[in-house]
Design a binder for this molecule. Structure first.
Ligand code: 5AD
Length: 345
């Protein structure tokens, strides 16, 4: 095992069988964690970048089998934020030290290009020193281009799984792996810093598929990679499936850090949900980003992709001081910066 880990550290790559070997062992090797952390310190020091997450809408036209805000879930109290609401979140976030705002939501037809351009331009004019990240699902090349021209810099769109059989097991028939991958390459072509990723332990996932995920990410060369454990939601067809495994998630964060040393890897909310120390463990595994919630408090509980999402405590923007301490105690420091990807490769 140690040989494989050293090889991954040196070469940033392994063959399929070797990746499989690391993934299948039930333990999370301490040496893997230490080398991933060493790589992260080498490139990003002990800095942790914060992104203010603004959950702008829980309307979604899609009906993904794993997701709590799927269109057919009648138990969701739907909302979307308007420009004034969103700008208010940004102002509050700026005062708290955020220099990246992430506008995330379901695929909500309310947000036409025109409406989004208006919102993005306004944020751009008010916060010249901030990055604007969008996470609004699949749109056309032309639409992405307009949003980029309006001032958006980054886009998060997880590929979810790189295996087409698995993709079809997670999504209804009208959603296609090829469309998702094409959207990602379009975003890159336009000039966005692009983030992708997958859930760990989603229903029907096999370790072989995770190796395919790693290969897809090598092809895409994303700037950001978001992964978190699959977490069950009671109002989905997958309600009887178990949550994903935390150790496998941490192991993958370390593998990704070694494969993509320059990438920005968040320690996700899903990790913080599955384990009280999940956030810290994600940072120690190689993560260098956290994304606290900046959404207005009255909508926070409505944006529920999975059950038991953490709403309060260090998750709330108001307790950013607490988050700073948690991050500090884990050995890292939150800094006030846009935190763009460092390119060298
Ligand atoms: N558990 C964990 N992650 C989920 N996501 C959606 N539903 C769940 C769930 N039940 C993730 C998807 C999506 C991102 C915004 O949240 O990967 O891309």
């Amino acid at each position: 095992m140690n040989n494989l880990i050293e090889k991954l550290y040196e070469k940033r790559n392994l063959n399929d069988n070797e990746f499989f070997e690391i993934l299948k062992s039930t333990t999370y090797d301490n040496n893997l964690r230490l080398l991933a952390n060493k790589k992260r310190l080498e490139i990003y020091d002990n800095f942790v970048y914060i992104r203010g997450l603004i959950e702008i809408s829980n309307y979604c036209k899609n009906n993904c089998f794993y997701c709590g805000i799927r269109s057919s879930n009648k138990n969701v109290d739907r909302y979307h934020l308007n420009k004034t609401d969103i700008l208010k979140c940004c102002h509050e976030g700026y005062k708290l030290g955020f220099r990246t705002f992430v506008l995330q939501g379901g695929e909500d037809v309310f947000y036409t290009d025109e409406i989004l351009i208006d919102i993005i331009s306004e944020i751009r004019n008010n916060f010249m020193d901030c990055a604007i990240t969008l996470s609004l699902g699949e749109r056309t090349y032309e639409s992405y281009k307009k949003l980029y021209q309006a001032g958006a810099n980054r886009y998060l769109l997880r590929h979810e799984t790189a295996n087409s059989l698995h993709y079809n097991q997670l999504h209804p028939k009208n959603m296609k792996l090829s469309n998702r991958q094409e959207a990602l390459f379009n975003l890159k072509k336009i000039g966005f810093q692009v983030g992708s990723g997958m859930m760990v332990g989603s229903p029907y996932q096999r370790l072989e598929y995770i190796v395919e995920d790693l290969r897809f990410l090598q092809k895409l060369q994303p700037d950001m990679i978001g992964i978190g454990p699959y977490l069950t939601h009671k109002d989905t067809p997958f309600k009887n499936f178990e949550n994903g495994d935390m150790n496998l998630t941490l192991k993958l964060i370390s593998i990704l850090r070694l494969m993509f040393p320059y990438s920005l890897i968040p320690s996700t909310t899903a990790l913080g949900t599955i384990h009280p120390k999940g956030r810290e463990l994600g940072l120690q595994a190689g993560g260098n980003v956290v994304m606290p919630n900046l959404s207005p408090s009255n909508v926070r509980s409505k944006y529920e992709l999975y059950n038991n999402k953490v709403y309060s405590g260090s998750e709330a923007a108001e307790s950013i001081a607490k988050l700073k301490k948690v991050v500090h105690d884990a050995g890292y420091e939150i800094i006030v910066a846009r935190g763009d990807v460092k390119k060298s490769r």
